[in-house]
Design a protein around this ligand. Structure first.
Ligand code: GLU
Length: 462
């Protein structure tokens, strides 16, 4: 059974790079009827916070990514790590190193002066003498001194590391007994049965060290997939300014979870030239062997395009619910269907949709000067008055087509072009030249409100 994991360090919010690896791991597990587990790597007490853990869980909930089974917290597993440290000491695969900070500094300086790679020199690896009394030892693992470590990577192919170039006997427990990062990651992945690790390629340099731990403890080495980073349009690592923001910020900006997930799945993975993937399709089609070998480019226009696709395809009752997050309460509006049908094609985000709707259902508090200049010339006032009178005489009006019909009558009777009524009417109703079809606007706000807005505009002496 395929078991994947997402292993965030709760040092801040969940950012989209992290979410993308979580998504890939989730999809691959689901495709194989396997398991996707969540492990919170919260051993760095100074940098971790509960709020950050909660932020990750909130983001998962919003996106509908559910982890299987209990969440594992590294902070609760210290006893397990200690047991394995002891095991390695007992088996002679790890040892206590008493080198003082000062000694290490001197060593490092010497190596730098000789233009050598800075590394531990193995002083205590086979030490038999009496250790110094005033140093609390760290524990180092015996890493191979020569030979190769090969990472069989599902994205990048085999990557060969020369032990002497990259390894030294790295520390697995600090002087205070706390275990170190690469040690606990390897133990957790092994004990949690993780057999496919999908993560960012910024972790590639950790992998040989983790392999050393797997091998020392006799654990099976998982299959690794190191996913290239997400870059901005300039080919640089994505920064906050480019959108490497809190995943929940996308919710606030009015993006739908499906759009964000669809966007992310295509950042670094492709299936032919297909762009739109439902969650079921993603689960069916995702395969890490199709992850691109080069960095992917973050493109906001693509995200907007996907979001507008998903907004268009969201049923109106769901949109009504979602728009409440943007301060728009439409549940009791009798024209909400007409409103949403007319506008959901035009909005890139829910926030924009809320704004478009708001602009229609609330009377303008100002009139755009340019629009006024263009629209209010000739007999514009007369045309508006005529239209308002006709509306007043009409019995109940509901549909956009009924309003359109009356506009047509005025145009015919007064022998004018459609723009002669359309432009001033648009400014009177919306305060500006843009917006959806006027017949839709009028049908939504109703006859009385239409007449009122026209009267107000005339009174404003534009
Ligand atoms: N905790 C690491 C991080 O947040 C990920 C570890 C891993 O995927 O192996 O970057």
């Amino acid at each position: 059974m395929v078991v994947t994991r997402f292993a965030p360090s709760p040092t801040g919010y969940l950012h989209i790079g992290g979410l993308r690896t979580a998504l890939f791991s989730y999809l691959w597990a689901k495709k194989n009827n396997g398991k996707f587990v969540l492990r919170i790597e919260d051993t760095d007490k100074a940098r971790n916070s509960e709020e950050a853990t909660q932020a990750i869980l909130n983001a998962f909930e919003w996106l509908g990514l559910e982890a299987d089974g209990e969440i594992t917290y590294q902070s609760k597993r210290e006893d397990i790590y200690k047991k394995y440290i002891q095991q390695l000491l007992d088996e002679g695969k790890a040892y206590k190193c008493y080198m003082s900070k000062k000694e290490l500094d001197v060593l490092r300086e010497e190596q730098m002066a000789n233009k050598e790679r800075t590394k531990y020199n193995g002083k205590y690896r086979d030490f038999c003498g009496t250790p110094p009394e005033d140093v609390n030892p760290v524990i180092r693992i015996k890493a191979p001194l020569s030979g190769k470590i090969v990472v069989h990577d599902g994205v990048k192919g085999d990557i060969v590391f020369q032990a002497e170039d990259i390894l030294d006997d790295f520390i697995i427990a600090r002087a205070d007994g706390s275990p170190t990062y690469n040690f606990v990651v390897a133990i957790d992945d092994a004990l949690m049965g993780i057999n496919e690790v999908i993560r960012g390629d910024d972790h590639l340099s950790n992998t040989p060290k983790q392999i050393v731990v797997y091998e020392a403890l006799g654990f099976d080495i998982p299959k690794f997939y190191h996913v290239p980073m997400i870059h901005n349009a300039q080919g640089k690592k994505l920064s906050k300014r480019d959108g490497a923001t809190d995943v929940m910020a996308y919710k606030e900006m009015g993006y739908l979870p499906q759009a964000l997930l669809n966007f992310l799945v295509r950042l670094g993975w492709s299936h032919g030239d297909q762009e739109i993937f439902s969650m079921n399709e993603m689960k069916e089609l995702f395969d890490p062997k199709d992850i691109n070998k080069s960095a992917s480019i973050y493109n906001t226009e693509k995200l907007d395009w996907l979001n507008s696709h998903y907004i268009k395809n969201t049923p109106n009752d769901e949109l009504v619910e979602l728009l409440t997050n943007f301060g728009l309460i439409l549940s009791s509006h009798d024209k909400k269907e007409i409103l949403l049908d007319a506008l959901k094609e035009r909005a890139k985000t829910l926030k924009e949709l809320a704004e478009l709707i708001h602009e229609i259902i609330t009377a303008p508090d100002a009139y755009d000067a340019k629009a006024v200049k263009k629209a209010f010339k000739g007999n514009a006032i007369e045309v508006l008055e005529e239209f308002a009178n006709k509306l007043d005489e009409a019995k109940e009006l509901h549909l956009p087509s009924e309003y359109h019909h009356i506009m047509q009558e005025v145009v015919d009777n007064m022998e004018i072009g459609f723009g002669k009524i359309g432009n001033p009417l648009r400014v009177a109703l919306l305060g500006k030249m843009s917006g959806p079809g006027l017949d839709v606007v009028m049908s939504v706000i109703g006859k009385d409100e239409t007449i009122l807005r026209i009267t107000n505009a005339i009174a404003a002496d534009l």
